[in-house]
Design a protein around this ligand. Sequence first.
Ligand SMILES: Cc1cc2nc3c(=O)[nH]c(=O)nc-3n(C[C@H](O)[C@H](O)[C@H](O)COP(=O)(O)OP(=O)(O)OC[C@H]3O[C@@H](n4cnc5c(N)ncnc54)[C@H](O)[C@@H]3O)c2cc1C
Length: 533
Amino acid sequence: MSTTDLIDTVELSENVSIDNEQDQSMDHNEEEQTQQEQYQFDVIVIGSGPGGYTSAIRCAQLGKSVAIIERDLLGGHAVNWGCIPLNAMIASARFIRLIHESVRYGINISSHRIDYLRIARHRDEVVKKARSQIKKFLEKYHIQVYTGVANIIDKNHIIIKPIQKYTYINVYDADGRNPYETDDYIPIRADIEISGKNIIIASGIEYNFPNFVETNDTKTIDPTQLLWHKNIPDSLIIIGGGVLGCEFASLYRHLRSNIILIEKNSRLLKFMDEQVSFAVETRLKDIGVEIILNAYVERVSKGEVIIQLQQTNTKRTLLSSLVVICTGRKSTFDYENLQNLGINIDQEHSTIIINENTCQTSIPTIYACGGVVSSCWSWIPCVIHQGYLAANRISEYEDNSKSYIPINLVTPFVINVIPAVASVGEVPKLTDDVLIYTFKFQSNQRAIIDNQTWGFIKMWTTREEPKKFLAVQLVHEAAAEIIEYYSMIISLNIPLREICLLPFAHPTYTESVKEACEYVLGQSMNYEGTYLN
Ligand SMILES: Cc1cc2nc3c(=O)[nH]c(=O)nc-3n(C[C@H](O)[C@H](O)[C@H](O)COP(=O)(O)OP(=O)(O)OC[C@H]3O[C@@H](n4cnc5c(N)ncnc54)[C@H](O)[C@@H]3O)c2cc1C
């Protein structure tokens, strides 16, 4: 090799080396840029419950890059610990009820056995399916999932911290395992900072034990720990006669627990119509639930509950294998931090205040939806609707205006006692402008065929013509399905007379909607009814 060659080679190699440095620095820059891009999103959603996954998927469908942060299992409280497992177990309770009634249908089932292992397996499978559906859709829309705890640091930035402890302890799947031991749950190991043009807080609420509960008492549990308990308790005291209290009383009584249900008010489900409350109370008593009303709980400790009875001003001590607390929820967020950031908080309810139409908080880049929000009823349809609104707004989706209905007025909800209770609309104050009617299922042909005539539809309508529904509450085995029709009628502002012109399949429970309208308009062909004012 000649000197020139050598020099050339050196120069070349220097050149090469310079080029390499340039390349490397370009690579490095590119890498950094890609890394930065990896941590920059159009939208970051905190929480993967119905509010979180709805808003995340909707944003992605509208072309946004989205990250979702969840400190628990995908699907949030609703899918893993609340609505879905509870309703999976209620499916078994419904079946037990049918077995009890089977003789009326000409089928003699002389004996049956409750197999909790299988009930729990069914619950586990339903939850897993629901969770994997959500996972599939998050993947389909390339939504980046971080399993960790989100801390908002400013209007666009979040630090995700590793999880220090499980959200729920003492929960067991059918085989006695910890439900967190699943491939779906891979927590991050170190802090990650990400940024988003917009943030949606959908972090829900969590249980909060009142002061009368002794701490670290393994016999006092929350609704999730009851649903994921190792067995069916022989006896159970339920504190709180609201939605969860009544649902648990109905479910666990069907599973043969001895139940005492304690409520401080003079009736169960105090936010519902009195006639509906009374129907639920009667039904629970019929199946053997002991209900104690007007009772203040003084202390709960190791299965012992001391109550003060308001009417007699006496104390009573009750004992059971387990006590479940169905009162009290608290926020999931560090509200002081949110307040310091400038987000307006509803102090009384410890919830976030939003603009109803947009779901924006007082910081325009930060949105909130679901249980964490003051105006949300914490019923899933309302939660989902808010998630949808937030996503549409962020994505400037043109058709948003149609969604701006006062959602609480038309959100239907179901209380899954057996038979179920459902409601839609805000019950109006009694004035001369309001009429009330009750339609009983005794004349509906499907109900007669199925032996399900117990129950009624209570309707509040305008006196003014054309008559319209203001609110509807119903108690019936098929309430959950029927209520949707009333929700649509109220949402779409349809006069009753137009419902009477629609054909309904026969014989069906949903025909009762038309039959009830006919009755209100004095056109009934099968029901004489009860007119209440
Ligand atoms: C037992 C039970 C049964 C129910 N049944 C029904 C029913 O039949 N029908 C109905 O309509 N409603 C039902 N509900 C109410 C329903 O579950 C709630 O309305 C719903 O879960 C609220 O949804 P969400 O998205 O706001 O919050 P959630 O479902 O609570 O999800 C919020 C998620 O955010 C996560 N999170 C919180 N903070 C952070 C953080 N800092 N970082 C990361 N993640 C965080 C939480 O871990 C959670 O997974 C039931 C509730 C319970 C308790």
